[in-house]
Design a protein around this ligand. Structure first.
Ligand code: LRH
Ligand code: MN
Length: 388
């Protein structure tokens, strides 16, 4: 099979889940800007996500965040998604927006607060039971702001116990994804700050527990693709939360800040069996479109991931391996750079046409009139947001 056919094969396999919260209003502590036509409820968020799938062919599932996407009947929401041509995806728990969680949730000194937090995680598993969703994603804001505020080891014990209680309720093909983040909102220590801490807890839990790598959650200068290679080798990489950043957890469009880093990450995914049937890795966007169009922002994000993936699959692995084994440093690097510097946009446009899609998804979406339609229809009501 030629490299181009291989790339098209991976593009056809690739599903990039979009996050419901990317379609709502978002911002910073300074300002959350509203936009005309923003969804008012999870149904309208899913309708917008379905547009991204309609024009890219690569976004068939939508991640939910509870309680931001709380509905009376999740089966009804799942059926609605089906009518729109998509499906419900990863269930994201939220133990970071309740006054009770000021000093933490699953790591809180007070067992009653920990009990409340675990109860929420079990409620999320119940939603998975009702909808057939496989993945529960856990990101904890838990941490401290001042040295001495709490005992770090005690908090790890509380975390391990809370995770074990949650893990014991998983069934069927259900998985638990533990996401790490080196700081914010905690500014002294975070209880799950890095891949090593998440990895250790996942190993301790068992085969249903995997690490989630959010590309915006590392200290500047971190070699994220190294982490990806190590976790894939250990068969413990369960998911990505894709976005990009110039400084902190900016949650910008993936590949916007550093397309070369995204390519290097995808090269490690490709080199370690992360693409194709049987891969345990789910690809999810976790972004906020604070000032730009949200649906077009998601379409652009899918296109950036497709470009990085296609370039990675074009790496001449045989020549690369030969150069690596023979210690030909510059030859090995040039093979990587050749792939990165390949303009894959014509290849992807051709693949879209072969899929019955418009080669330019953004132009096609703009021409569809959907934006004008929702701006006209969605008047009144409360626009969705983080509710922070
Ligand atoms: C935390 C995070 C996490 C989500 C939230 C929306 O920064 O990356 O994945 O719960 O963003
Ligand atoms: Mn994330």
């Amino acid at each position: 099979m030629s490299a181009i056919e291989q790339a098209k094969g991976v593009l056809s396999w690739l599903n990039i889940e979009t996050p419901s919260w990317a379609y709502g209003n978002s911002g910073t502590r300074f300002k959350v800007f509203s936009q005309a036509g923003v969804p008012r409820d999870p149904f309208e968020k899913i309708a917008d996500a379905a547009q991204v799938h309609k024009f890219t062919g690569s976004a068939p599932t939508v991640a939910l965040h509870i309680p931001w996407d709380k509905v009376a009947d999740y089966k009804v929401l799942a059926d609605f998604a089906g009518e729109k041509g998509v499906a419900l995806g990863t269930i994201n728990a939220n133990t970071f927006q309740d006054d009770d969680y000021k000093l933490g949730s699953v790591c809180h000194p007070d067992p009653a607060i920990r009990k409340k937090a675990v109860a929420h995680l079990l409620d999320c598993i119940e939603i998975m039971n009702q909808t057939g969703v496989r993945d529960l994603k856990l990101w904890f804001a838990d941490g401290t702001n001042y040295p001495g505020q709490d005992n770090i080891a005690d908090r790890q014990n509380r975390l391990a116990d809370s995770l074990q209680q949650t893990y014991s309720h998983l069934a069927g093909d259900q998985r638990l994804l533990l996401e790490y983040k080196f700081f914010e909102p905690a500014f002294y220590h975070t209880d799950v700050p890095d891949w090593g801490t998440s990895f250790a807890h996942c190993l301790n839990l068992g085969e249903r527990a995997f690490v989630c790598v959010d590309t915006g959650h590392h200290a500047p200068g971190t070699n994220i693709e190294f982490i990806v290679a190590v976790l894939l080798r250990a068969k413990k990489l369960g998911a990505f939360d894709f976005n990009s950043r110039f400084y902190a957890d900016d949650d910008l469009i993936v590949g916007a800040a550093d397309p070369f880093q995204l390519f290097r990450i995808m090269h490690e995914v490709n080199s370690n069996g992360g693409f194709g049937t049987g891969s345990p890795v789910s690809f999810v966007l976790d972004q906020c479109h604070n000032i730009e169009g949200k649906i077009i922002g998601q379409i652009r994000s899918i296109m950036n991931v497709q470009e990085a993936v296609a370039k990675a699959v074009l790496v001449d692995q045989t020549a690369l391996r030969a150069a690596q084994v023979s210690g030909d440093v510059l030859e090995a690097n040039s093979i990587i750079m050749d792939a990165f510097n390949t303009d894959v946009r014509p290849l992807i446009a051709e693949w879209r046409i072969e899929q019955g899609l418009n080669p330019d998804p953004i132009k096609a979406f703009k021409a569809s009139g959907y934006l004008q339609q929702i701006e006209g229809e969605r008047v009144g009501g409360n626009q969705a947001g983080w509710g922070a």
